[in-house]
Design a protein around this ligand. Structure first.
Ligand SMILES: Nc1nc2c(ncn2[C@@H]2O[C@H](COP(=O)(O)OP(=O)(O)O)[C@@H](O)[C@H]2O)c(=O)[nH]1
Ligand SMILES: [Mg+2]
Length: 219
């Protein structure tokens, strides 16, 4: 019984990887840098995106795919920045998959996009296993979540290229050891680029913007 369940899961992931490779090819041909934002719910993905688009939205041609189980609340916030956005509601699924991503890509004029942000469904487990065809995953983790998240959910940190520790404006009010959080994350993945930012105060965002804008160079 257990064996057949594992086989089915493998088949689903193999099919997903095939579609992801097609998406990746399509994105590469259109010269688009796609960044898959992953985190637990409420880590600050939408807030960071909105501030980023308001501040550097004129430095590249951005677009956003919003993934949530339900509602278009986040898409409305992105729409207010003037950047094209497509909402995907996954209903029962806990992650976006490459098939959903393909449908979302169909809604855009790909030749008029340089950088595509994908806000994945908030959850540190499932999105780690589903390649969408993106160039990189960027994991977010807020200072209210506990510094041992990288140890508890290592796969997400292993498959990500960067870690953004968010809400640093709250550090004086919470017992969060940011040095330990960084050490744990780097122990899981020594190649992670780590940023420590606040979408509220704007702290250290310029460094993150440089990373986003320069990412397009090595597509
Ligand atoms: N103090 C503080 N709150 C933040 C920051 N970024 C997001 N928040 C708050 O955290 C909550 C969740 O943020 P949201 O961007 O919706 O997270 P998402 O679920 O990852 O998209 C909201 O109430 C935000 O106002 C920040 O940098 N500092
Ligand atoms: Mg959100």
């Amino acid at each position: 019984m257990t064996r057949s369940v594992i086989t089915i899961k493998k088949d689903i992931l193999a099919k997903n990887d095939e579609l992801a490779d097609e998406n990746r090819k399509r994105l590469k041909e259109a010269g688009i840098l796609a960044i898959n934002l992953v985190s637990s719910p409420g880590a600050g993905k939408t807030s960071l995106l909105v501030r980023t688009l308001n501040e550097i939205g004129n430095k590249a041609r951005f677009a956003v795919i919003e993934g949530d189980q339900e509602t278009d609340n986040d898409a409305k916030k992105i729409e207010a920045t003037g950047v094209p956005v497509t909402q995907i509601n996954t209903i029962s699924a806990c992650h976006l998959d490459a098939g959903m991503m393909r449908k979302a890509l169909d809604t855009f004029d790909l030749d008029s996009i340089d950088t595509l942000f994908i806000e994945n469904v908030g959850n540190l487990v499932c999105p780690a296993s589903y390649d969408l065809g993106e160039k990189m995953k960027v994991a977010l983790m807020s200072v209210t979540e506990g510094e041992d998240k990288p140890l508890k959910y290592p796969k997400m940190f292993r498959v990500s290229s960067a870690l953004v520790i968010t809400k640093t404006d709250l550090l004086p009010y919470v017992d969060f050891d940011i040095t330990a959080a960084t050490d744990y994350a780097l122990k899981i993945n020594p190649d992670l680029k780590v940023f420590k930012v606040s979408a509220k105060s704007g702290d250290a965002l310029l460094e993150l913007y440089d990373f986003i804008l320069s990412g397009a160079h090595d597509l």
